[in-house]
Design a protein around this ligand. Structure first.
Ligand code: 5RP
Length: 225
């Protein structure tokens, strides 16, 4: 089996496994990406009596095509659970997200529940956030000013993707090397005018991480007490 095939299988295993946390009557936040894709497929197959809200147009379209009921975050109000992928997970459960340019909506949805469950293949587990880069959603008003401010915070480069977010904003990727204190960096980025949202999710948001790899599925449970 090629590495790519093994990774695809791991994503499917993690994604489907996490759907087991969803039961009838729940209000469910649906993340974006190729791993949570399988959670959504599993939820569709189980035909549970649930109401969902989606973190992207792509997820909204997938979920509705599978027969799931999807309404807006404002309509749903609060969530019993949200399930989403991640680009990096560190030992303190801090996450890098935004590989799919959806991190602003994803952070809003994750903030609507105490039960935020992350699904990843084992390549996403890192000793420290940083190698993936830090995605930033940026207002298209003064991207040069924002870039200079991010460089002043210690980034070595900032690049702009061709693709915009579903909100119509720019998506940039900042390279900070290995990030020693992700929560401090998150706080600093949050103070910069023009950054709509950054892709660092503090570990305090995360209930558990479902990890799949060659040896099967295991869970990392965040002791937040
Ligand atoms: C989208 C995200 C995704 O959750 C993240 O990129 C992981 O995606 P995948 O499961 O396809 O690897 O943050 O903005």
């Amino acid at each position: 089996m090629s590495d790519a095939t093994a990774r695809d299988r791991a994503k499917e295993e993690a994604g489907r496994h996490a759907a087991g946390y969803v039961t009838d009557g729940m209000k469910v936040g649906l993340g974006t990406g190729s791993t949570v894709h399988w959670t959504i497929v599993e939820l569709g197959e189980r035909a549970l009596d649930i109401i969902c809200t989606a973190t992207s147009v792509q997820t909204h379209e997938l979920a509705t095509s599978l027969g799931l009921r999807v309404i807006s975050p404002d309509e749903i109000g609060s969530l019993d659970i949200a399930i989403d992928g991640a680009d990096e997970v560190d030992p303190a459960f801090n996450l890098t997200k935004g590989g799919g340019a959806a991190h602003t909506r994803e952070k809003i949805i994750a903030s609507m529940t105490p039960r935020f469950i992350v699904v990843v293949d084992e390549t996403k587990i890192v000793d420290a956030l940083g190698p993936f880069g830090t995605p930033l959603e940026v207002l298209d008003f003064a991207p040069g000013v924002v870039t200079n401010a991010v460089l002043a915070l210690g980034a070595t480069s900032v690049t702009t993707r061709e693709r915009r977010s579903d909100n119509g904003n720019l998506i940039m990727d900042a390279q900070f090397g290995s990030i020693a204190d992700p929560v401090a960096l998150a706080t600093a980025l949050a103070t910069l005018p023009g950054i709509v949202e950054h892709g660092i999710f503090p570990g305090s948001m995360v209930e558990r991480v479902v990890v799949a790899g060659l040896a099967g599925v295991h869970e990392l449970v965040n002791d937040r007490s």
